[in-house]
Design a protein around this ligand. Structure first.
Ligand SMILES: [Zn+2]
Length: 88
């Protein structure tokens, strides 16, 4: 038997839209939460419908709300998303 270890899968911390908006508002008090909620909800719907980044990865809802429709790696240039949130 070969127990070659798989590369560890790094995953987002999952958070609800309302919880995320609460967190975001704390560090960005000027945020228009109604607008933010609307765009997060809209992008989440697109993701559920299968919207993909240009590179083929699933889009990152939170990042896409600020930086335009793209995946985590295309927005941040990083592959480790374990310290970042994603809408559940
Ligand atoms: Zn991408």
């Amino acid at each position: 038997m070969n127990f070659k270890s798989k590369p560890s899968k790094r995953t987002f911390k999952k958070i609800s839209i309302d919880k995320y908006i609460g967190l975001h508002k704390k560090s960005n008090p000027d945020t228009d939460t109604a607008v933010l909620k609307k765009s997060l909800t809209h992008i989440r719907t697109l993701k559920l419908q299968g919207q993909k980044c240009d590179c083929g990865n699933p889009i990152w809802i939170i990042g896409s709300a600020f930086a335009g429709m793209a995946c985590f790696t295309c927005i941040t240039g990083e592959t480790d998303c374990s310290n970042d949130y994603e809408i559940k």
